[in-house]
Design a protein around this ligand. Structure first.
Ligand code: ZN
Length: 457
């Protein structure tokens, strides 16, 4: 038997086998069962999510010798011919290469003839948005008065390019991207039935690379089996796809979060030594942090696109993690993605960003700052004991006006950037116990900065 690529070998043959598009398949099945079959259907959605597959199954359901039935028998001549693409009454047309008026005129003529053997004459036009305006006009004529037994099924990734006059004559079905959880379960099961083993990291990378397109995922599987045989692991997938493994991203991120700059930088060096480019690593890191932010803010439902193995790592990292901390790190690294593209020394830009981000993780110990601030204020009171009541009043008034000032958002964001300075100034202020005016000013400045910092956080 000749070699069949997975996308063909595993192509769903019945409505029940179509993955993650129940909202479409159930409606189509009901339409067949209640004998409410329309003349034109428009299937829209991203590539590789089952549009043409569903169109073929629909054709089979209509023309099965036991049909129309929502459960085509798969055994009769009609079912088998449709599966192999040889049914005389089911024509598949690629809109991209048959986009002119002549082809559509020809189609219009043929559609008027009686069916060869099936009950319905079915035209599946893929990428229908590629047709020219003239071709659409010719198509419109036939849609306005369709012959009794003709059914059109249009598929497109860009429904906005289809004229309204056509759209209004079609029943429209929107296909969705295949959620990572469904895709990964499906791939694992199908691969196991072929004796192919996939570890969690490999599955996660394939799903991430496919962007929700099953066709892309299956093409990757073909490539991977040729590359590494029947035992596919994450390291090999990462190498082949130039994708950074979640474990590596986890290590770098946890180094940054722990304020452990050397650990974070070591893992960056390891990743670069393994052959990832600076761009690839940084992009992957930004996506990973974005997902971490979703977990940290509690929007875990939005993580349906993240493979299970990765969400486990994200949950582990997000324990007791303030979302503002992730947001700050994400800001630093995403601005680095732009700098890296301009820089002659992208590696240094990346390393600097990672260092800055890991230094910023000190912001987590913000809880420890209030006592320091109180101490500074307390000491200010003690050293200022000899001040006259008038002076004290004056300084209190000054404090009040400062508070008002610092509540403005602009001030708050400015303070974000001077966390380091603040920490140092606190230490400086503690070291010098001299009670001259300069020092008092310094301490006042410090408490102002710290107060502003709380507003920011
Ligand atoms: Zn059949």
């Amino acid at each position: 038997m000749s070699y069949l690529v997975f996308a063909r070998k595993w192509r769903p043959q019945s409505f029940e086998e179509v993955l993650s598009q129940d909202h479409v398949t159930i409606t189509l099945k009901n339409a067949i069962d209640t004998d409410r079959i329309g003349h034109a259907y428009l299937l829209t959605g991203p590539r590789g999510v089952g549009k043409t597959t569903t169109a073929r199954i629909f054709a089979k359901a209509l023309n099965c010798e036991k049909g129309p039935t929502s459960k085509p028998c798969q055994k009769c001549d009609s079912c088998r011919n449709i599966t192999s693409g040889n049914h005389l009454d089911v024509r598949e047309i690629d809109g991209a290469s048959n986009r002119g008026i002549d082809q559509i005129r020809d189609l219009r003529e043929r559609a008027r003839y009686a069916t060869a053997s099936g009950k319905y004459k079915i035209y599946i036009i893929d990428e229908v948005h590629m047709l020219t305006n003239e071709a659409f006009n010719a198509l419109l004529k036939i849609l306005e008065e369709p012959p009794e037994s003709v059914v059109f099924i249009f598929a497109t990734t860009q429904p906005r390019k289809v004229p309204d006059t056509i759209l209004s004559r079609c029943q429209r079905f929107d296909f969705r991207r295949i959620p990572v959880s469904d895709m990964s379960k499906y791939l694992k099961k199908e691969a196991a039935s072929e004796g192919i083993s996939l570890d969690g990291a490999a599955l996660s990378l394939i799903c991430r690379a496919s962007g929700g397109s099953m066709r892309d995922a299956l093409s990757l599987m073909d490539q991977l089996v040729s590359y590494s045989g029947n035992d596919i692991n994450g390291t090999e997938v990462a190498k082949l796809l130039g994708m950074v493994e979640s474990d590596l991203l986890y290590e770098i991120t946890s180094g940054i979060l722990a304020g452990n700059t050397s650990r974070a930088i070591d893992h960056v060096s390891n990743a670069l030594a393994e052959g990832y480019s600076v761009d690839e690593l940084l992009d992957a890191l930004v996506v990973f942090l974005r997902n971490l932010l979703l977990v940290a803010t509690g929007a875990e439902d939005s993580l349906s696109e993240v493979p299970e193995s990765e969400s486990r790592l994200l949950l582990k990292l997000s324990e007791n993690l303030p979302d503002i901390a992730v947001l700050n790190i994400l800001r630093i690294l995403s601005s680095a993605t732009i700098e890296v593209k301009r820089s002659n020394l992208p590696r240094i830009t990346l390393e600097t960003a990672v260092m800055t981000a890991s230094k910023l993780s000190r912001v987590f110990s913000i809880d420890e700052l209030p006592p320091v601030a109180e101490k500074a204020v307390e000491r200010h009171r003690q050293t200022g004991n000899e001040t006259s009541p008038e002076e004290e009043k004056e300084s209190m008034e000054a404090d009040c006006s400062l508070e008002e000032k610092e509540q403005s958002p602009v001030k708050a964001s400015e303070n974000n950037g001077i966390i380091e300075d603040t920490a140092e100034s606190v230490e400086d202020a503690e070291e010098d116990s001299a009670d001259d005016k300069d020092d008092e000013e310094k301490e006042k400045e410090t408490s102002r900065k710290i107060l502003g910092l709380f507003d920011a956080v």
